[in-house]
Design a protein around this ligand. Structure first.
Ligand SMILES: Cc1cc2nc3c(=O)[nH]c(=O)nc-3n(C[C@H](O)[C@H](O)[C@H](O)COP(=O)(O)OP(=O)(O)OC[C@H]3O[C@@H](n4cnc5c(N)ncnc54)[C@H](O)[C@@H]3O)c2cc1C
Length: 389
């Protein structure tokens, strides 16, 4: 494409689910002169295309619960508003507990969730777990919690839906546009220089997912967002387990699984083998150990095989307190929609709306987003999470 000079009211850097959601919410509010700049050949090739599509309200901080509840409300209306299926399927999230101490902590979290307006989380006995999830070995399990409105979404459908609707309203999306440097004057970004030319705007937004720190550095800012590799093992066989099962998570080590498109996906968080933070190769040791763990816990998998080619790895965009970083940076016209720490697909409907309010009205009104302010780390006030859920 020819090098060009262009202007927009708001430039969003990054065409993942966050960039798309924000573009739509700005355009919906009448700010249609929005330009999304994406370095890849197509949209969603970053973390969004790698997400497994879990959706949960079961968090242990008020702000994350509020983000989920707002997103849930928006997901239920997604088809009528956007015209595309968000894939929201309320099959539930089932957390399994193996020790007494954790069970007591989870009970305290449940009380907290109820206070935060999350009414449909229930504690389950082992026999109730068996009815809901009859395929796991329950020998070490002493209880669990379940929320029926949690479940699954289709992150790429959400991205494509928001993109399509934002375009219909007038927003523009450019791919193969690598943002390389900024001109900053009087504490404001004036232009961004890209592989496709120089772009002027009144406001700029960092929606670069795991690459967010890099783009902020180009504007002279230190944003504490780091990539973290997450791997997904895919089993070769189809229909090993029914597709109606909930997301099932073992709280002891975070091993979890779901059925997607009739195939079983296995996940387990580990420290990556390589020091290259952006590495996304699937580790053969990780595949082997994860499969062994799965076979012990899900007896039906005894004779299953891993589909190495179909397995994949992507990057979470981690913030220091595992919460999104949302709002104005230290520059007067540069905003962050970053750091969702692995919950970005599910929270993108809420975060896009909230940042559009902040940009257009100077303050988000639907939810108090003070806990997500970028300055909280400098102020020594990160969100305190029990890290149980
Ligand atoms: C294996 C895995 C499983 C996951 N499962 C879930 C889940 O179940 N539920 C959930 O809610 N979340 C999940 N996530 C997290 C979720 O995918 C992310 O939180 C979300 O996609 C972040 O969206 P984003 O738009 O911020 O980032 P991205 O989708 O990464 O988009 C950022 C975009 O910025 C572009 N970019 C970067 N630098 C530049 C530049 N210089 N110029 C122009 N463009 C640039 C990139 O190319 C990219 O397209 C998972 C993630 C992984 C890896």
């Amino acid at each position: 494409m020819k090098l060009t000079t262009q202007t927009a009211e708001v430039i969003i850097i990054g065409g993942g689910i966050m960039g798309a959601s924000l573009a739509y919410h700005l355009a919906k509010r009448g700010c249609t002169d929005v330009l999304v700049l994406e370095k890849s050949e197509s949209f969603g090739t970053g973390s969004t295309g790698k997400a497994t599509g879990g959706f949960r309200t079961q968090f242990s901080t008020e702000i994350n619960i509020q983000l989920s509840l707002l997103s849930l409300e928006k997901l239920k209306l997604f088809h009528s508003e956007i015209g595309i299926d968000s894939g929201y399927s309320p099959q539930g999230y089932l957390f399994l507990i193996e020790d007494e101490e954790k069970l007591n902590k989870i009970r305290a979290v449940r009380q907290f969730q109820i206070q935060c307006g999350l009414s449909d989380v229930v504690e389950l006995s082992v026999s109730e777990i068996h009815k809901l999830q009859p395929f796991i070995d329950l020998n070490n399990i002493i209880g669990g919690v379940f929320c029926g409105s949690d479940g699954f979404i289709n992150p790429m459908n959400i991205l494509q839906g928001y993109t399509k609707k934002a375009k219909e309203l007038g927003a523009r999306f450019l791919q193969k546009c690598d943002c390389q440097s900024f001109e900053v004057l009087n504490n404001k970004i004036v232009t961004v220089s890209t592989s496709l030319g120089v772009f002027f705007a009144e406001s700029f937004v960092n929606a670069c997912g795991p690459w967010a720190a890099d783009i902020s550095k180009k504007a002279g800012l230190d944003l504490q967002v780091a990539p973290l590799k997450r791997q997904v093992a895919v089993l070769q066989e189809i229909d090993l387990l029914p597709s109606t099962l909930p997301m099932t998570i073992f709280l002891s080590d975070g091993f979890h699984f779901r059925v997607r498109n009739r195939q079983l996906l296995l996940l387990r968080s580990t420290i990556p083998e390589t020091s290259n933070l952006f590495d996304t190769t699937v580790e053969s040791n990780w595949l082997k150990t994860t499969h062994e763990i799965a076979k012990k816990r899900i007896p039906n998998l005894k004779h299953s095989t891993i589909d190495i080619m179909a397995s994949w790895a992507g990057l979470y965009e981690m913030s220091p307190d595992n919460h999104a970083i949302l709002g104005k940076s230290k520059l007067d016209n540069f905003y962050y929609i970053n750091g969702s720490s692995g919950h970005g697909a599910m929270h993108s409907p809420a975060l896009g709306q909230l940042l559009s309010e902040e940009i257009l009205d100077g303050k988000a009104s639907t939810i108090n987003i003070h806990p997500l302010r970028p300055s909280r780390f400098d102020e020594g006030e990160p969100n305190l999470d029990l890290h149980l859920l």
